[in-house]
Every structure is written in C-alpha cells, then in structure tokens.
Ligand binder design. Structure first.
Ligand SMILES: Nc1ncnc2c1ncn2[C@@H]1O[C@H](COP(=O)(O)OP(=O)(O)OP(=O)(O)O)[C@@H](O)[C@H]1O
Ligand SMILES: [Mg+2]
Length: 349
C-alpha cells in the first residue's frame, strides 16, 4: 500500500523540524530517507506511524487519510534502531505482542508467529529471551515482530545502525530478500548510510534541515544530482566552482567542455565530477596541477591534486606507476561525465 505525505509540517515548541514535506511512496516501493543527523527523518517516519501529530498537512496510506487515526489502527509495522524488545518476554511472546494487542484470534497467533520467525531465520529461537540473543538476532526478532501483523507498510528507522559492518551487509541482503517475498508491502527506510540507501532503495529522498532536497532513483541521484548537497551526500564528488560560458564553463583560467543545459552564460554554477570518472594524463577536459596527496586503497589509488587552489580527487585503478607527491600531473574527464549544477550553488543559501 502506498504512503503519501501531503505538505506535512511538524513542529516542536514552535520549531519546525519537518517543513511541508510532499512525498509519495508507491505501493511495493522501497523509499530510503537519507540525510544528516537532525534533518527530520525519524520525525517523518513517526508522522506516518502516528506517534507525532502534524501541525499541518495530511498523511495517506493508500487512499485512506490516516492523519487522525491512532497508531494501532494504521496497519503499520515499525522497527527502530534500538530493537525495543521486551526483555522479560520470550522471542515468541515478543513477536506475538502486536497480534494480541490487535485481538487476533488465539488459534491464529501461533502460526503467524511461526511464519514471521521463519521469514527472518529465527525459527529455532522462539523460546529464548532477548538477553540470550546477539544484536543481529535481536534485530531479526524486531523485524519478525513488525512482520507478524502482516503490515501494509513497513517503517524501518536505521534498523542496522547498531550492528557491525559485516552483520550489516548480511542483514541488508536479508532485507532485500524479505522485500522480494513481500512485494506488495511499501517500505520507508530511514538511514544516514548512503550504501544502505543505494543498495536497498528503489528511490531515495534526500533530506536536509527539515526539508526534502531531492528525490530520485539511486542512479539518477548519483549520475545527475540536482544540488551540491545531493552530489556530496550520495557518493563522493568533486564540486568545482565554475562560470557558465558558451558550450562549456570556465574554471581555473581555462575552458571545460560540458553540457550547460541552457544555463545562462555568465552565471555562476558548480560542476560535479565523480572521482572515479577522472582519468590520468591528457584528454578532452584537462586539469593540470600538483599532487598533494596519494592514498593506496586496495583496488584504487585516491589522488588529491591541487589545481589553481582547488583540490581535485581522482580514484584511479590499476596504476602501475603512481604519480609522485609534489610533482605536476595532468588529469582529464569526458564532457558527458560532468554534471552542471545550477540549483543550490554555494552562496545562494
Ligand atoms: N520530541 C521532541 N521534542 C523536541 N524536539 C525534537 C523532538 N524529537 C525530535 N526533535 C528535534 O527535531 C529535529 C529532527 O529530529 P529527527 O529525530 O527527525 O532527526 P533525524 O533526521 O532522525 O536524525 P538522526 O539521524 O540523528 O536520527 C531535531 O532537531 C530534534 O532535536
Ligand atoms: Mg532519527
């Protein structure tokens, strides 16, 4: 079932922490809410769940306006960062909790709990207490508890942030599998980890300072970000301050050929070039500078090059002879690998 935010504003003591959010999650879609700490991600989730009341705007699940409904009548499963399992209850009772609260028939509770534990790979742990489980296992139980009520919508608030890196990547794959098994459930997934967002989401909504900054597929946001904020938050980016010219831009005293997309000549803009699309040696768009730093990162070398006071990053693969620190070096990039950003350029607030 889809989720729709219709100009949802949330304020605490007159402080707006979610500013007129318009966002639609399609039925069966995984939408990641990505943004820095304090940007309003959890608040948006709580507005859907019914734990916070919007100052204005409406929340829809499918075509039902749920803004005035209490949380337990919204058909939502929610998983929060800190598991929030009941410590004195066995796994099976934790998972049954939402079913009992919803007065599901006794005879149905057992099979539903078994099904949810099966889906999360926790069938063998039904009689354990939370303290007898690892962090990853506790999180699976929390997910099982959310799934047991057969929600139309699943809200996940940084569900993996308490896990170490290896467990996290395993759980990511598990979540992707769960989504394939429940293709009709819409998922709103809060994270500040771009890898999670890029891996799991059909679309990513980028939030900053209570506002939605950008929304698109991971590929769109990565390849053609609209704002500096998105460019730097979704992947790494070189952001060059440029001035729009005729058929290109001027930067550091030279001209670079790029698609200016109809930007007005003379306008200030930012050119986004991904570090892995910067090559070594001469080519179409050349930048000459001095090697400021070089880092070996296993599969790539990360080169920092100072070009006319601007530091450019280049991620280079399979370098037989890496450039030498302090020496001049020439970099290049293809015109089609650069994106000109005219919105949200530094300085226009
Ligand atoms: N109950 C509350 N009372 C007052 N202010 C609150 C309350 N809950 C959240 N806030 C404020 O609202 C803003 C947004 O908080 P929110 O929890 O939505 O951020 P977030 O994007 O989820 O951040 P994080 O990544 O750190 O979890 C913050 O400035 C926070 O201090
Ligand atoms: Mg949060």
């Amino acid at each position: 079932m889809g989720i729709r935010f219709d100009s949802v504003t949330v304020a605490y003591d007159g402080n707006v922490v979610l500013d007129a959010l318009d966002l639609r999650v399609e039925p069966g879609e995984v939408m990641a809410l990505l943004g820095p700490s304090g940007s309003g991600k959890t608040t948006a989730l709580r507005a859907v769940a019914g734990f916070v009341r919007p100052a204005s705007g409406r929340v829809f699940l499918g075509d039902r306006d749920v803004t005035d409904l209490p949380p337990h009548r919204r058909g939502i499963g929610m998983v929060v960062q800190s598991y929030a399992l009941f410590p004195h209850m066995r796994v099976q009772d934790n998972v049954a909790f939402g079913l009992k609260a919803r007065r599901v028939a006794k005879a149905e509770i057992g099979p539903r709990v078994a099904e949810a534990l099966e889906m999360t790979g926790m069938a063998g742990y039904a009689r354990r207490y939370p303290r007898e489980l690892s962090g990853g296992q506790q999180q699976r139980v929390a997910i099982a508890r959310a799934l047991a009520i057969r929600p139309d919508v699943l809200l996940l608030d940084e569900p993996l942030s308490a896990l170490d890196a290896r467990l996290r990547s395993g759980m990511l794959a598990e979540l992707a599998r769960l989504h394939r098994e429940l293709p009709e459930v819409s998922i709103l997934y809060v994270t500040h980890d771009q890898v999670e967002a890029l891996t799991l989401a059909d679309r990513i909504a980028v939030m900053d300072q209570a506002r939605l900054k950008d929304c698109g597929t991971p590929q769109e946001l990565y390849r053609t970000p609209r704002t500096e904020f998105t460019a730097s938050f979704v992947g790494n980016a070189n952001l060059l301050p440029v001035t729009v010219g005729d058929g290109g831009v001027s930067f550091a005293g030279g001209m670079l050929k790029v698609d200016t997309g109809g930007a007005a000549p003379g306008a200030r803009a930012t050119l986004c070039v991904r570090p892995h699309l910067v090559g070594l040696g001469s080519g179409p768009n050349q930048l000459t500078g001095t090697v400021a730093e070089i880092q070996w990162r296993g599969s790539t070398h990360r080169l920092y090059v100072d070009v006319d006071g601007h530091r450019i990053m280049a991620d280079l693969r399979e370098l037989k002879e890496p450039p030498v620190h302090g020496r001049p070096v020439t970099l290049h990039f293809a015109p089609e690998d650069a994106t000109l950003l005219t919105a949200g350029v530094s300085g226009d607030g």
